[in-house]
Ligand binder design. Structure first.
Ligand SMILES: Nc1nc2c(ncn2[C@@H]2O[C@H](COP(=O)(O)OP(=O)(O)OP(=O)(O)O)[C@@H](O)[C@H]2O)c(=O)[nH]1
Length: 344
């Protein structure tokens, strides 16, 4: 899988100004990134993208990579697995780890797993990219920040969704109060959907990483297999298309993933991926909803997932999807383990 780094619309002078006025250290760190680039020394390190559910962590990761890797939806807790995104730049390599949003209510086995997964990453990385929403800092953000402080890992805060703020001057007192909560390395207001200030954030992140050689080949985008990504892209469709609760009661398993040698006529397209996927639900009634009248709902979800897979893998995909009932998988630790949610 190859990667193209393209970011757009990075010009937003008011945001840059807001960040400049509130954080002195950012100027120093950005300057040292430039120095690293000009002296030819390379930086490399792991960065955990961390925060409460739904702040835009996965959207920000995709924007930083210049390519869609992590799945997103407007529903909280879309991300269930940590995923590594490799960004190779002239001045170094940034290894982003997208984490599940830290959830306030421990709740069932899946929630407990997600919280453990998110927390355990914090001590293993060189830097935390703490994501919050502009002008909002609630109990769940405070909980996430407390975890960062406990881990003692340096943190940059990305103040996301600034496109929603008409009067950017309102960001200044917000950034001021943030700086009083924690000694962040720097604070950068961004819009992950619009791409505002992404280059600046990237420079800050790179500057905060240790010097070191690239750990991954320059054209590698992730450490996850196409098989894993296929399951995620199908799950994204479930998150985006079905009612509030249903997607949380489902999981996706890839039963088989094979590469077929193309016929002579289709040789130019390269090998085709033949994927057989199972959607696990907890009840017959949920199965009926997922499938929809005359199978139309499932057909629409599967064909969109197939298109997304073709785009990410850069090869033709044949996808077959089946829905099966498995009793209460989300509250049973053993069932979770059998579906690939490992222990943390
Ligand atoms: N307006 C606006 N919306 C955004 C921005 N970034 C993300 N969003 C939206 O916020 C919602 C959540 O985005 P995700 O990237 O899935 O959030 P997440 O933090 O990864 O969520 P979890 O998986 O719950 O941890 C989606 O509907 C995004 O389109 C932004 O910069 N501006």
């Amino acid at each position: 899988m190859s990667q193209s780094n393209s970011q757009s619309n990075d010009e937003h002078p008011e945001l840059a100004e807001a960040a400049d006025q509130s954080v002195d250290r950012s100027a120093t760190t950005a300057a040292s990134a430039t120095t690293a680039a000009s002296t030819g020394s390379s930086r490399c390190g792991y960065v955990a993208i961390f925060g409460r559910p739904n702040v835009g962590k996965s959207t920000l990761l995709n924007r930083l990579l210049g390519q869609k890797l992590a799945i997103t939806s407007h529903k909280p807790q879309t991300t269930r697995h940590t995923i590594l995104g490799v960004s190779t730049l002239d001045a170094g390599q940034i290894l982003y780890v997208d984490t599940p949003g830290l959830h306030q209510r421990g709740g069932n086995a899946l929630n407990r797993y997600l919280n453990r997964a998110a927390r355990s990453i914090l001590t293993d990385v060189d830097l935390v990219l703490f994501v919050i929403e502009a002008l909002q800092f609630g109990d769940e953000d405070a909980l996430a920040l407390a975890e960062i402080a406990k881990a003692g890992t340096p943190a940059i805060v990305a103040v996301n969704k600034t496109d929603r703020i008409a009067d950017k001057a309102r960001l200044l007192p917000f950034l001021q109060s943030l700086s009083e909560r924690h000694a962040f390395v720097s604070m950068v207001p961004v819009s992950a959907t619009k791409g505002d200030q992404i280059k600046r954030l990237e420079a800050e992140v790179l500057a905060a990483l240790p010097e070191g050689e690239h750990l991954f080949p320059d054209d590698q985008l992730t450490d996850r297999s196409e098989r894993f990504l296929a399951a995620e892209l199908l799950r994204e469709q479930l998150m985006q298309r079905y009612g509030q609760e249903l997607p949380y009661r489902t999981t996706v398993e890839i039963e088989s993933f094979t590469l077929e040698t193309p016929s002579r006529k289709r040789q130019a397209e390269g090998p085709r991926a033949r994927i057989h996927a199972l959607i696990w639900v907890e009840r017959e009634s949920q199965k009926a909803i997922i499938i929809g009248r005359r199978g139309e709902a499932l057909k629409a979800a599967a064909s969109q997932a197939r298109l997304e897979m073709q785009k990410l893998f850069g090869r033709p995909v044949h996808l077959e999807v089946w829905v099966k009932v498995k009793d209460s998988w989300s509250s049973d630790e053993a069932a979770l383990a059998s579906l690939g949610y490992g222990e943390y």
